[in-house]
Design a protein around this ligand. Sequence first.
Ligand SMILES: [Zn+2]
Length: 533
Amino acid sequence: MYQALYRVWRPRKFSDMVGQESIVRTLTNQVSAGRIAHAYLFCGSRGTGKTSAAKIMARAINCENPQHGDPCCECNSCRMIESDTSFDVFEMDAASNSRVDEIRELLEKVDYPPQFGKYKVYIIDEVHMLSNSAFNALLKTLEEPPEYMVFILATTEPQKLPSTILSRCQRYDFGRFTESQITGHLKKVAAESGVEAEEDALALIARAAEGGMRDALSILDMCIGGGEKVTEESVRSALGTADRAFLFQFTGALCDKEGGEALRLIDKMMMDGRDVQVFLKDLSAHLRLLMAARLCGADETVPGLGGVYGKRYLAQAQKFSQERLLRALELCMKAEGDTRWASSGRSVLEIFALRVCEQPEERDYEALLERIGELELKIEELEKRGVAAPAAAPDFVPKIPKRAEKVADAPIVETPVPQGSKAPKDVWNDALKLLRRNAPMVFAPLSQAKYGGYQDGLYRAVFPKEQKFFLDMLQNDERRKLVEDALNQSGGINARFEAVHALPQADPQAQKMADDNLDALIGTFGRDKVTVE
Ligand SMILES: [Zn+2]
């Protein structure tokens, strides 16, 4: 029977584990010294070794013949636990068993001492999923655990655990694996499985796995399905390059400035496990083809524009002005570069999408060109439908709004916080971390702002002038509420939140440019057709 690589390669001893050295050292020392805690909490993102470590720990503390803190893997106890036939070790996944009855049933058995080994071990995976009453039942046992009882709780979201539980556990944070740790492990797995693999191909897998060993092994699994050599190309096709239909759909959302739709599509993409960097690469190729279609028309001789897709590219290209298309392409290439060092590829992609959807600042010269380009497109469209050429029609009078924005009117006065409580800046930073994980749609715009200070429960974010679009997003009540919830959760008390513009700085050059643009417009459309609001 075929077994998935990550199962075959699940470490059986602490000494087989990749990385997490300090955790391994502490745990093996405890086993050797016989100093076992009643409750352990293993935190970390998926595929970082929490469950493996929990299983090893359960065997090590019951092993008849432990070796430097590692289980021997040969004694009766080790064998029974490993084959799941031991009555002393229970494993449950709270994600599928969050009902209070089940945990109560489990906890009722706490009073019976272990049948075979020294310790009775309960491993509860994804423990943050337990219901409140299940937590209360667990807490009761943790308050006065029998001598033989050991809980190993594992979670990807420790911030969702009640502090009463947290304070009773020895906590260990499992870090993500580095790319070189993953590449090194994959190399070993490939060699020992008799699979030939290119170094670059393994590096590509490591990058796509974003620090999770299980994902890395699953991708490798997909690539060696056919039994051929693992190449960069086979990895790319296993990762699934974005298909064309999805590219048309996503670009359509950008074209229609449907930021919400674009974010929804990104969410879908992430759920499908697609790689952001690969997607951006495909997207920039797509935008280049649109640009070619815009410039050359449906010219069959242009590579990529022939065949069934030529017309479709042309149709989509005609919805973009040339300037806007160029800007989208530039932003896309920049985002492609940014993903190389950004910790979250997803945020980079989201910010890219929102930027392309954003209404550019009218004062910006290139943005003005872009707006004119769009107006010309509308004229073209109307002409095609037989409407009289509207060069001077009132609809097309460009308006230059005078900007009236909310700025940081009253500079914030930092109020002192009581001795011993969390500094507001720390509350802010922790809230950002929570949002990054739980509400990327709020985090993406908020990450463009600076921390603007704290006063009497009010936290302020200051946006640079050119980020008006992001500021507007956060003035929505629902999103503001999300930010306030995160602030409260990270230690703020009745936290409120506001987003404001930075005080404008007199910029003579920008003013001159705006005046020049105005002159150019008046030159084109006539003085009486241009109004300054
Ligand atoms: Zn043993």
